[in-house]
Design a protein around this ligand. Sequence first.
Ligand code: NAD
Length: 480
Amino acid sequence: MEKIQNYIGGELKAPISGNYLDNVEPATGKVYSRIPESGEADLELAVEAAEAAASYWANTSLENRSAILSKVADLIDSNADELARAEAVDNGKPVNFAKAVDIYRASANIRFFAHAITQFSSESHGMGDIAVNYTLRDPIGVVGCISPWNFPLYLFTWKIAPALAAGNTVIAKPSEITPMTAYLFSKLCIEAGLPDGVLNVLHGTGASIGAPITTHPAIKAISFTGGSSTGAAITKATAGQFKKLSLELGGKNPTLVFADCDFEETVNEVARAAFANQGQICLCGSRIYIERDIYDKFRDALVERVEQIRIGDPLDGATQHGALVSKGHMEKVLSYIELARDEGGTIATGGQRRTLEGRCAEGYFVEPTLIEGLDNQCRTNQEEIFGPVATLQPFDSDGEAVNLANGTRYGLAASVWSRDIKRCHNVARQIDAGIVWVNCWLLRDLRTPFGGVKSSGVGREGGLEALRFFTEPKNVCIKY
Ligand code: NAD
């Protein structure tokens, strides 16, 4: 059985303890590879390698840094089929979705930051005939990047690419639930000629290696994407160390459907926003608010659309809805469907585990599920489920829609569906979220700021925001 390895100082290495964890294929429920359970001794090796490479990489010309990163992006493209298949096996997502979204965006992230760093400039502030200030933006040094399981390679590169482009050396930890593409990526970095120690990848659990990365004194900044409770634990653990922290956390995103929307398009896109990647996207619209005038018609059309989603083996090119990422996660999602029933909800469609035949008979499949009849304050509507479960609620006015949308502790993303441009601007302005999509969802321009407010995060990633996070500004004031 394949043993995944760490990537430290330019080499693939077994964990010093010799301990491995099982890696399960969610579509079959079977162990198919082994994951290093790295610990503090592995971290020390990685920190040593990253510190040794820091000055060299910080002083490597922008052109060279950019060229090496572009080569890594090219290698992702030329290995896209293998990477997409690996992501589908490891995560349970449909292989075609993995290729079109995860792998395509992983190479796009790296290529974007390879170019962006060559255009990155800093500010100058003149003080008349007295003085001039200019801002230097130097790399921070050794930084930590910790990512989740829902877009394993995509979100891994989302952090690593700006960190490396800005001249930092990196210690990165992918999710222990989906480690495979980070391992394949380590091999591509070696092939691309990334200098030894510039990127180090450590595998293992949050407790064994994630927490030690966050508190290691040599690691000056942490970029984390994951759950809000983990973000809170990292904030507490690092209090007093004065590290830079970027936290991209959970969501419970509202979808606001107005009676004047483009009906057919909105039905299709609202279904996609709720159930893409089996509902396991931090940006998924899991609370669907529908203007009362069209509530019944929209609900019926949405149910019909959702029932057409093809559930199947992630490796089958026709599959649109694969397995959830793990048994534990499937059980959590099913328990929320039970909770919704207990809270008085009615299942409009779905609501069950789906058993497939053949290879996937033991897989973790859950039907896309729509629930109605719940109020906004119940746990089903307040807690992040992070699976194929969305609720439907009617509203009567723009003000009520905004209040319902803002009525949770989260504030990551929202989508608004209406043909009234004035309303769209007004509603978008009033929604507490880092991202509002109008008549679209998940349309991404890599230059835009990305992140959430309230319990959905602190700081912004994306574009120049990420390059600013991964550099330390220094003002130099020169008197004339
Ligand atoms: P998680 O918080 O359990 O784990 C995320 C990563 O943190 C994993 O690599 C994990 O091993 C590590 N980790 C766990 N405990 C840690 C600790 N104490 N210290 C350091 N690292 C630790 O999240 P998950 O279950 O992998 O991912 C799902 C969550 O991620 C959802 O809440 C989802 O909304 C969120 N998410 C947010 C975004 C965003 O951009 N805002 C994107 C994707 C996912």
